[in-house]
Ligand binder design. Structure first.
Ligand code: ADE
Length: 238
């Protein structure tokens, strides 16, 4: 069971976490998602969560007090809690990070919206993570993507355990090989003969070769991450 808490000013945005596979995972007791609106922790009468930056400049900043208060009010369930700040200034999220997080008992995602954080909010976080090198209107969509990527790695969440282990970005840093289902021929396009052969060693070799080819052509930036095995050298020489 992994517990995921999200601090956001827009908890109603998190509808996708209550559908499909993630819905079933929660119903099955494999994960719990807890949404907290940190506006509830604003002390002022008007429930202000932001203010103008010291030193001037455009825009507003999220104040530290409501976010600190919301974090302090979370039940202290375990020492395996990871606090993650959603920010375009963070390290870019990737599959390895999803894997690491999936081993924690509790993840807390802090999402800003429109505006930056007062610098002191950063002290709360174990890490600051970005979805990618672009700026979103808020951290909510980024948190949803990351939660989805973590959830499918929790044992039992996906029907078949193998499906998470074999997909792109999980097999030694390679992209997945091409896959086909029936019919064996569709409008003149044939499924590669080897896949119909039933020859498991040849199929394995063909898949490895196609994974390598696809990665070289589409994502040459991933090549330095690949762990080559002895069986790869004859394939690479072809
Ligand atoms: N908030 C705004 N842009 C973001 C990004 N790229 N990743 C995470 N949180 C964000």
């Amino acid at each position: 069971m992994i517990k995921i808490t999200v601090l956001s000013l827009f908890p109603e945005m998190f509808v996708p976490l209550h559908e499909s596979i993630l819905k079933r995972a929660q119903e099955a007791g494999l994960m719990e998602i807890n949404l907290v609106n940190f506006r509830d922790y604003a002390a002022s009468k008007h429930k202000n969560v932001d203010d103008v930056p010291y030193g001037g400049g455009a825009g507003m900043l999220l104040k530290p007090e409501p976010i600190f208060a919301a974090i302090r009010d979370l039940p202290q369930t375990c020492n395996q809690r990871r606090l993650i700040l959603m920010s375009p200034q963070g390290q870019v999220f990737h599959q390895e990070k999803a894997k690491q997080w999936s081993a924690h008992k509790e993840l807390v995602f802090i999402c800003g919206h429109y505006e930056g954080f007062d610098e002191r909010v950063r002290e709360l976080a174990d890490e600051e993570v970005s979805l990618g090198d672009y700026v979103l209107t808020g951290g909510e969509l980024a948190a949803m993507v990351m939660i989805d990527a973590v959830a499918r790695l929790i044992p039992g969440v996906l029907g078949e355990v193998v499906s998470a282990e074999e997909d792109s970005h999980s097999i030694g840093g390679l992209l997945e090989y091409p896959q086909y289902t029936r019919p064996a021929e569709f409008e003149g396009r044939k499924v590669p003969e080897v896949l119909l052969s039933g020859h498991h060693a040849q199929i394995k070799r063909w898949r490895r070769k196609e994974s390598l080819r696809r990665t070289f052509l589409r994502r040459p930036d991933l090549i330095s991450e690949i762990t080559f095995g002895a069986e790869d050298y004859p394939i690479l020489e072809e």
